[in-house]
Design a protein around this ligand. Structure first.
Ligand code: GDP
Length: 443
């Protein structure tokens, strides 16, 4: 998501390099590129307009601060405004909880948006955060949907409500009673979806809302459907006063316009983002971090949070220290590959690393998921000393390693090239100039 936007924005920033100050003229020029970038990313015209206006006003008004150059100042303004338009600072806790349990979370959305999957993701997320959720199948029109929810619940390690009733309101109310009896503190209702907006469905959802008094009503929006997702989010909000949005399929080939526009157009915040079919492909939405990611600053915080969940904490700490000291070795790279396979898709992780936006293509050609196993085999065929010091790898050793792991020598060379690039990128993180930029962006 947002790759083109990121690329275009960094081009717009470049046009300001070498300028001595921000003026109406050079701001206009940079904004022309930004406007193109936004429209190409399928951002709602109205949102793009409001955004550009605010950036322009702010950029013209900025004082020359702490020795930042015009390009950096402009990035700072764009960063602030990107964050603001996507909803500003995310609240400490993503969901409100009812004063008296169970808290009812009602999931609504069109068919195929990923609602059932998201119920499972949310249940797993809540369980990890100390809650005991109950999943409730209230989509009585598709028997497959009910079965699917039971499967998802099992996957997530949470209970699901079973009943013979085929009446959505009755099912939800009975589930709430069972939650009180058994001490489940959150009840997640998987409601029916249709292919299109539909009054009968809306009335059914309104009846469930009246009967169950949900604390949260989350609209599940398929990011791939772009502006349609924004329109549906608006329609559901109008009818049901939804309290938030979960944006799914952010891993797909989407241009990101929905993520950008939903808050501004519907007034409801994106609370979570789904980025894959697995239950762990789910994270909170932080506008500020997303803005950093769009601007190619990566999203180190989300990566660290994700890593904390899946990776051995000691390993992660050791890695972080090595990064800070710029001691990244082939041994670390091998560990990373092993961890990466635990964490999910390589591309996703690369996208979260700062400075990787531009490097992503090069890396994709070397380290797509299916090739990681080959790379790991190469690294495994090296001696520990070689993994600690890549300079030991001469032509003779490379041939031996190639024979040992059954991969051609040029793959070994590619891997080394990649390693050196990663090392260089990481050393940039230690560069005072980079840190300054990072601090500037964090305001
Ligand atoms: P529902 O009809 O709204 O309940 O949608 P489902 O939960 O059945 O999901 C529809 C399809 O989208 C399924 O194939 C899911 O695996 C897939 N899906 C759901 N969320 C995501 C996501 O975040 N990323 C991707 N790539 N696929 C997803």
């Amino acid at each position: 998501m947002f790759e083109t936007l990121s690329d275009k924005l960094s081009r717009a920033m470049k046009s300001l390099r070498g300028q001595s100050r921000l003026s109406e003229k050079n701001i206009e020029e940079a904004l022309r590129d930004v406007r193109m970038a936004l429209l190409e990313a399928d951002v709602h015209v109205q949102v793009a307009k409001a955004f550009l206006q605010r950036v322009k006003e702010k950029a013209l008004g900025v004082e020359v601060l702490n020795g930042l150059n015009p390009a950096q100042q402009f990035i700072d303004v764009v960063y602030q405004e990107l964050t603001a338009i996507m909803g500003g600072q995310a609240p400490e806790r993503p969901l409100d909880m009812a004063a008296k349990p169970p808290t009812v979370v009602m999931m609504v959305g069109l068919q195929g948006s990923g609602k059932t999957t998201t119920c499972g993701k949310l249940a797993k997320y809540l369980k990890k955060n100390g809650h005991s959720p109950l999943l409730v199948p209230a989509d009585v029109y598709r028997p497959a949907a009910i079965e699917q929810l039971h499967v998802v619940a099992k996957d997530a390690g949470v209970p699901s409500f079973r009943t013979d009733s085929m009446e959505p309101v009755a099912i939800c109310k009975a589930a709430m009673q069972e939650a009180v009896l058994k001490g489940w503190d959150v009840v997640i209702l998987d409601t029916a979806g249709r292919l299109h907006l539909d009054d009968v469905l809306m009335n059914e959802l309104a009846a469930i809302k009246d009967a169950c008094g949900p604390t949260e009503i989350l609209f599940v929006a398929d990011a791939m459907t772009g502006q349609d997702a924004v329109r549906s989010a608006g329609a559901f909000h109008e009818k049901l006063a939804t309290t938030g949005v979960v944006l799914t399929k952010a891993d797909g080939d989407t241009r990101g316009g929905a993520a950008f526009s939903i808050r501004h157009i519907t007034g409801t915040a994106i609370k979570f983002v789904g980025s894959g079919e697995r239950l762990d492909d789910f994270e909170r939405f932080h506008p500020d971090r997303m803005a950093q990611r769009i601007l190619g600053m990566g999203d180190v915080l989300t990566l660290i949070e994700h890593a904390k969940d899946t990776i051995d904490e000691k390993d992660a700490e050791r890695m972080a220290q090595r990064l800070v000291k710029n001691q990244f070795t082939l041994e670390d790279m091998r560990n990373q590959f092993q961890q990466i396979q635990k964490m999910g898709s390589m591309q996703k992780i690369i996208g979260m690393l700062p400075g990787m936006g531009k490097m992503k293509e090069q890396i994709e050609s070397v380290a797509t998921d299916k090739r990681i196993k080959h790379l790991e085999a190469i690294l495994n065929s090296m001696t520990p000393r070689e993994r600690q010091n890549h300079n030991l790898l001469d032509a003779r050793r490379k041939r031996r390693i190639a024979a040992g792991c059954g991969r051609p020598v040029h793959e070994i060379n590619q891997l080394l090239k990649q390693y050196l690039q990663m090392k260089k990128m990481m050393s940039q993180m230690n560069n005072p100039g980079f840190m300054k930029r990072m601090q500037a962006m964090q305001g």
